[in-house]
Every structure is written in structure tokens, then in C-alpha cells.
Design a protein around this ligand. Structure first.
Ligand code: PLP
Length: 395
């Protein structure tokens, strides 16, 4: 009865559910505190106090018709202005409200821009390892996801591989920095070279190719690492941002899509994206949290807890003999598995109540992802188990 497209998703869903259920099964057997679940990217630190204060203030002081009413599909104009001004202060840009559409998280923004850009059969490049939902989002609009591997070891973008994948059907490339799952931040050098290569490809093919920069982890960078601002490297760059991770608000579904005026056919694209927000059924982003985001736009993300977890987990794993990418941002560790089959490794890890996500879930084998947005105790208590797992492999 259900659509063929959804049949595929429904079947895949059972694998994700199985992982979730395995966590619950182990917790029932051994106690939640003895299960080391590193599988979920759900922020474990609460939203800053400023968020609660802003929400209460808005609820108490706003006209309820304005606060709970429909609005322009792009969102409250004054919220978009506040966000634009904040970006301009931070990045020396000159955006206005007319460059911003408030969205239902970064995921909403990605769907809106893909709906606005794609014709059936258009191709979108993703750089593996990548967030697996990209394939689903692209297929929502009958596009085709084309996967290109990042450079081994550094996990920076392999520009030659990207160029080799580009043809007349290429509409966009999705980038995610800081990256889920590798924790890598794409360097300014890489982005400069990519911008030049894409400009050349556009000229050669006479087509338009967009960078869609997916940035829910932009504020989660460590050791003072700078996350280069993507629109500076290539004209046709749009940004999908959210406050899901930076302010620990994933359930509130609030973010924005930034379309700079420098983009080709800017006005048509902006109109198409605003309408996409409507016809996808979002209509507009949640009103209360648009206003909260505007009030909290300059509240810094406190990454100290994640930073502590990052060092603790990285040091512990490397001491056990595992090989990991030292994360510069986001809240994941990308760890090489001591056997090539990452799914088999995950099965063995389960014996020690350790739950990582296999690299295969990010279209990349031989690695697993460990989310360190967990309690410090989970990391500390998991170490003897990691040690035993390492010993099984003779590390
Ligand atoms: N993109 C990446 C790479 C993610 O990891 C996630 C969520 O984990 C999202 C997008 C979706 O974020 P949001 O909650 O803002 O929709």
C-alpha cells in the first residue's frame, strides 16, 4: 500500500530501531549506568539559562495574536534583521532580513533549498563520510545523491574527486563543517581551492552549481579553531544553520537558511525557497523560538563540557591503542576499527556494552563514530571495557 520510496525507508528504519532497542535491552540487563551508549547526537547539556529567560519574557510581554499567529513564510522580519546584523558583526558581511528564511532546524533548511533547486534527475554531491539523511532529503525531490570520498587521514574535501564527479546534472554539493561524523573543520585553504574549482566548472559547463553548507555545529569548535565562513569562498553558497546544538534546542526545531544576494538569480531563488517553506507544510518556523533565537543570537555556546569529554575520550581511546581523528569541532570521535569490517567491530563492542555507530551508516567503512555528548561518567566508566575490547584485538 505505501509508496515504493517509503518502503525502502521503512525497511532501513528497522536497523536504526534495532540499535536503539539493543541499548534498551542491555540497559535492562546490566543497568543504564553500565551501558556505554555513544550512538546518539543529542546534546546532553541543557540550554543556557538565557533561553528560558527569553522564552518567559516573550510569553509574558508579547501580544498573543502576534506571538502565536501565522506570519510571512520567511519568518518575522525583525528576527531576520537581528540574525543578519549578528552575522554581519561576526563575519564582516552585509546581509539583511531579505537574505534570511527562518526554518525548522537545519534539516528544514536543507529540504527547503533542495526543493527550490532540484529537478528530477539532478545530482547532489555529498562528501563521505556524511550525515546519512542527505540521501533521503535529496531523494525527497527525485534528485540523485552522488558520493565522493574525502581525503583519507585528513578527511578534508578531495577537490579532484569532487571535480571528477561534476557533470551537467550537478546542481549542488552539500558540505558540513565542523563535520559529523569526523569532527574535522574544512580549512580556508581547502575551501578556497574548492571555490576556484567550482567557478571553473560552472564556466566550463555553463551551469550553476551551489554549495549547500550544513552548519548545525558551527559554534562547536575547540582550542580557538576558526570555522571559515563559507559564503566568502564561493558566490553560489547558501547556509543551513540551526540552534539545535549551539543552544541545545534540537526539539524546538529552529534555524535559518541564508541566501546571499551574490547568488545567481538571487531573487527568484529566495522567492522559491520561501514558497518551498510553505508548500512543504512547514508554513513558517516556530514563532516563539524565532523570537527566542533573536534574543539569544549573541549568547555564546559553552563548549567547555564537550571539550572536557572530547579530551577524556580521545586520550582514553588512544591509550588503549585505538587510532582516532582528533576532533576540531562538533561532538563526535571518528575512530578507525582494528578490523576492516566496522559492523563486525560494533558487534564485538556490544559484548562490552559499548555502542558506537558503524562507519557504514555514513557511507564509509573501517571506522566507527562515537558521540561524546554523554555524561563524563559514561566516558570514565567505559574505559575498562574499551581496554578489554582493545586487548581482544591485541592492541
Ligand atoms: N546536519 C547534520 C550534519 C546533523 O548532524 C544534524 C543533526 O544531527 C542535522 C543536520 C539536523 O539538524 P537540525 O536539528 O538543525 O535539523
Amino acid at each position: 500500500m505505501i509508496s515504493e520510496k517509503m518502503k525502502v525507508l521503512a525497511n532501513n528504519n528497522s536497523a536504526i530501531r534495532a540499535m536503539f532497542e539493543e541499548g534498551n535491552r542491555l540497559a535492562a540487563l546490566y543497568g543504564r549506568e553500565n551501558v556505554y551508549d555513544f550512538s546518539l547526537g543529542n546534546p546532553n547539556f541543557p540550554a543556557p539559562e538565557a533561553v528560558k529567560k527569553a522564552a518567559i519574557e516573550i510569553l509574558e510581554s508579547s501580544d498573543p495574536v502576534y506571538l502565536h499567529g501565522y506570519m510571512s513564510n520567511a519568518g518575522y522580519p525583525e528576527v531576520r534583521s537581528v540574525v543578519a546584523e549578528s552575522l554581519n558583526r561576526r563575519f564582516g558581511t552585509d546581509f539583511t532580513a531579505d537574505n534570511l528564511i527562518m526554518t525548522v532546524g537545519a534539516a528544514g533548511g536543507l529540504n527547503v533549498i533542495l526543493k527550490a533547486l532540484l529537478n528530477p534527475g539532478d545530482q547532489v554531491i555529498a562528501v563521505a563520510p556524511y550525515f546519512v539523511e542527505y540521501g533521503n532529503y535529496v531523494r525527497n525531490y527525485d534528485g540523485e545523491l552522488v558520493v565522493v570520498n574525502s581525503k583519507p587521514d585528513t578527511f578534508q574535501i578531495d577537490i579532484d574527486a569532487v571535480c571528477a564527479a561534476i557533470n551537467e546534472k550537478t546542481k549542488a554539493i552539500i558540505l558540513n563543517s565542523p563535520n559529523n561524523p569526523t569532527g574535522v573543520i574544512y580549512s580556508a585553504e581547502t575551501l578556497t581551492a574548492l571555490g576556484e574549482a567550482l567557478t571553473k566548472k560552472q564556466e566550463e559547463l555553463g551551469t550553476k552549481i551551489f554549495i549547500i553548507s550544513d552548519e548545525p555545529y558551527r559554534e562547536l569548535a575547540y582550542d580557538g579553531a576558526e570555522v571559515p565562513f563559507m559564503t566568502k569562498f564561493y558566490k553560489n553558497t547558501v547556509v543551513c544553520y540551526s540552534w539545535s546544538k549551539s543552544l541545545s534546542l534540537p526539539g524546538e526545531r529552529i534555524g535559518y537558511l541564508l541566501i546571499p544576494s551574490q547568488c545567481d538569480e538571487f531573487e527568484t531563488l529566495f522567492t522559491a525557497a520561501s514558497i518551498a517553506n510553505r508548500v512543504l507544510g512547514f508554513v513558517n518556523a516556530p514563532s516563539l523560538f524565532q523570537l527566542v533565537a533573536a534574543k539569544c543570537v549573541d549568547v555564546p555556546s559553552d563548549v567547555s563540557g564537550y571539550d572536557e569529554n572530547r579530551k577524556l575520550l580521545y586520550d582514553g581511546l588512544t591509550r588503549c591503542g585505538f587510532e582516532c581523528v582528533f576532533p576540531q569541532g562538533a561532538f563526535y570521535i571518528w575512530m578507525k576499527t582494528p578490523e576492516p569490517d566496522d559492523k563486525a567491530f560494533c558487534e564485538r563492542a556490544k559484548k562490552y556494552n559499548i555502542l558506537p555507530v558503524p562507519g557504514a551508516s555514513f557511507a564509509y567503512t573501517g571506522y566507527v563514530r562515537l558521540a561524546y555528548c554523554v555524561s563524563k561518567e559514561t566516558i570514565v566508566n567505559s574505559m575498562p571495557s574499551f581496554k578489554k575490547l582493545a586487548e581482544e584485538y591485541g592492541l
